[in-house]
Design a protein around this ligand. Structure first.
Ligand code: UD1
Length: 417
């Protein structure tokens, strides 16, 4: 098992290139199943989650090749409509093939995702949406069996905003018979990007970027090509790495509008920014001010940056409250940050963080993707050596994070053991 060894306290400098967005790429990979043919996705990072989705598509019968940051997906000969437990239990986003499989084959068998380090994460909204299109759903032996003779356009109102359920609903609506309206749809940039791809495939979708979508089902979709959007969570993580180490860096190739809620909170904490085209330069605060956050669907503060922001607050000059409304149990990083001498108390889904003068290095364990990123940030700022185990979590969603950090001047090594 690999670990990161970080000697904290080094300032960062220079610039870092942001990779393509994992959470935009995974659903787009899934919707390539809707049509026969060869699709091409450019600006795709080498990440374990993307390898896992490629593996799943191959099981379904697609040919997937990765070369030079591009994924070529040929879905001409797909015939298997199952997402097995062995894959879904490792990567929840596998649930994204449910809609596309149902639309293409009239049936789908997808393992229930089960538990996850950040909470229970049900799939009821996905299933209710499939039923609205006319699918029959059965749950048996840990699997979702979905079947429909004909999928018909529907009116779908989501009682809660869900990224994945919105994506599954859109992917059925684009080829269902008639018109679909989706109310209270998620509006994350990753959804907008999936809509752009579907429109390239021939889909008819109105209302992009809003929570009310109108979709006319078409008889046939075709393959498409597209450049993937930059990863806003990776960009945010590097901005927070600069803030916590009080360093001036430039984060290159990102979309600043996707990061507005973070930038606003970081400005309140004292950081200043210069935004030029696709680059964001951060001028950090010498004294980090305490700022409260609560997570919300986009354009609110993303739950995927909650752990990293909390890490920054451990060194603030005062007390802040970090509330996760989306995943109330997503606080596994807190116990690990305490090992670095942070001062945090939990009350349900609210962390009260009292800033300390200094964190000190320790051995800690990564528990999930974004929690691992928070530990890396804390390790960069801590005095002395921090050793982070189970870093396979971070490889799911950050491309070569230690190389990018090393290039910025951090003292971080990947070691075996
Ligand atoms: C996606 C992201 C994940 C991010 C999350 C919230 C991907 C691959 N993953 O996950 O990184 O943290 O959005 O921004 O894009 N819910 C239900 N029933 C459902 C589905 C969801 O109650 O059927 C709840 C969830 O428990 C959660 C909330 O809805 O409280 C939002 O979850 P959702 O937006 O669906 O997250 P994911 O799509 O799984």
């Amino acid at each position: 098992m690999e670990k990161f060894v970080i000697e904290g306290g080094k300032k960062l400098s220079g610039s870092v290139e942001i990779s393509g967005a994992k959470n935009a790429i995974l659903p787009i990979m899934a919707v390539t199943l809707l049509a026969k043919g060869k699709s091409a996705l450019r600006n795709v990072p080498k990440l374990n989650d993307i390898k896992m989705m490629s593996h799943l598509l191959r099981i379904i019968g697609a040919r997937v090749d990765y070369e030079d940051k591009s994924l070529a997906i040929d879905t001409s000969y797909c015939s298997f409509y199952e997402a097995p437990y062995e894959i879904v239990s490792k990567m929840r986003a596998s649930i994204n093939v449910l809609g596309p499989l149902l639309a293409r084959f009239g049936k789908a068998k997808v393992s229930l995702p089960g538990g996850c380090a950040i909470g229970t994460r049900p799939v009821d909204l996905h299933l209710k949406a499939m039923e609205k299109f006319g699918a029959k759903i059965n749950i048996k032996n840990g699997y979702i069996y979905a079947e429909a003779k004909e999928l018909k356009g529907a009116k779908i109102y989501f009682e809660k905003v869900s990224v994945g359920a919105t994506e599954n609903a859109i992917s059925v609506a684009v080829s269902a018979k008639g018109e679909t309206e989706i109310f209270n749809a998620a509006v994350e940039p990753e959804i907008t990007s999936m809509i752009d791809f579907l429109v390239k495939m021939g889909a008819q979708i109105e209302g992009k970027g809003t929570s009310h979508l109108k979709i006319k089902g078409v008889q046939e979709l075709h393959s498409a090509e597209m450049e993937m959007i930059p990863d806003r969570i990776e960009a945010g993580t590097f901005l927070l790495a600069a803030a916590i180490t009080k360093s001036e860096i430039t984060v290159k190739n990102c979309v600043s509008e996707h990061l507005q809620s973070l930038i606003e909170k970081m400005e309140k904490a004292g950081s200043r920014f210069r935004i030029e085209n696709k680059n964001i330069k951060i001028f950090p605060a010498e004294r980090i001010k305490p700022v409260d956050i609560f997570t919300e669907p986009y354009p609110g503060f993303p739950t995927d940056l909650q752990a990293q922001f909390l890490a920054l607050m451990t060194l603030a000059d005062g007390e802040s409250k970090i509330t996760d409304e989306i995943f109330p149990d997503r606080f596994m990083h807190v116990a690990e940050l305490l090992r670095l001498d942070a001062n945090i108390t939990m009350n349900k889904n609210v962390a009260s963080v009292k800033g300390v003068k200094q964190l000190s290095g320790a051995e800690v364990m990564a528990t999930d993707l974004r929690a691992s990123a928070a530990l890396v940030l804390a390790g960069l700022a801590a005095k002395g050596k921090t050793v982070i185990s189970r870093i396979y979590h971070i490889d799911r969603g950050y491309e070569k994070i230690e190389e990018k950090l090393k290039q910025l001047g951090a003292d971080i090594k990947r070691v075996q053991g």
